[in-house]
Design a protein. Structure first.
Length: 84
């Protein structure tokens, strides 16, 4: 049987949030780690990864286009060496 590699995830949260989370885990009879795993899995399952990839790709393309435009306008505004 193949062992699944696990990774530790840490986050700083406010004391009130941590206390409420611990109370929920206790009420459900699971560890805080298990409750967090379940919450993370639910989020992954309910997220449209393809839509996020499309959104990220468009954002990167927009930034590249803006940089190219800025570079182009910057090169136009430089005086040529022959006019000096």
């Amino acid at each position: 049987m193949e062992r699944v590699k696990k990774r530790v995830v840490q986050a700083r949260v406010e004391e009130d949030l941590a206390s409420s989370f611990a109370a929920i885990a206790d009420a459900k009879g699971v560890s805080e780690s298990e409750l967090l795993r379940q919450a993370m899995q639910d989020m992954v399952d309910s997220t449209d990864i393809q839509a996020i990839e499309i959104q990220l790709r468009k954002s990167v393309e927009d930034k590249i286009a803006a940089l190219a435009l800025a570079r182009k306008s910057k090169s136009r505004s430089k005086p040529s060496s022959s006019s000096v």
